[in-house]
Ligand binder design. Structure first.
Ligand SMILES: [Zn+2]
Length: 102
């Protein structure tokens, strides 16, 4: 089973052959967070990924800003676990939990 899954850009001129990042399922937000790898168009945001889909590590941290529909979520994903930092506004702040399969 995998805890990270590749995301392709199907609108890309190379017809979806480009992996633009990897998605994990965030157990706090109950939705996916996408770690871009810098290959998507018009966005220079890039994380490093160790290539381990079963126990992924991404760097640096993921920060999702608070909105009307979404809490602030700031985390590190390391070795298949997600560490929520203390500035999150959801119930898992300050905790480290295993990632779920996606
Ligand atoms: Zn989250």
């Amino acid at each position: 089973m995998a805890k990270a899954t590749p995301v392709h850009d199907h609108g890309h001129p190379e017809h979806g052959n480009i992996v633009i990042g990897h998605m994990i399922f965030c157990p706090a937000c109950k939705c996916g967070h996408l770690f871009y790898n810098g290959k998507q168009r018009g966005n220079d945001t890039a994380w490093t990924f160790d290539g381990n889909l079963g126990n992924p590590t991404f760097s640096p941290s993921m920060l999702v800003y608070e909105s009307k529909t979404h809490p602030r979520c700031h985390s590190f994903v390391r070795n298949g676990k997600i560490q929520f930092l203390s500035d999150c506004t959801h119930e898992l702040k300050g905790q480290t939990v295993p990632l779920e399969d996606i």
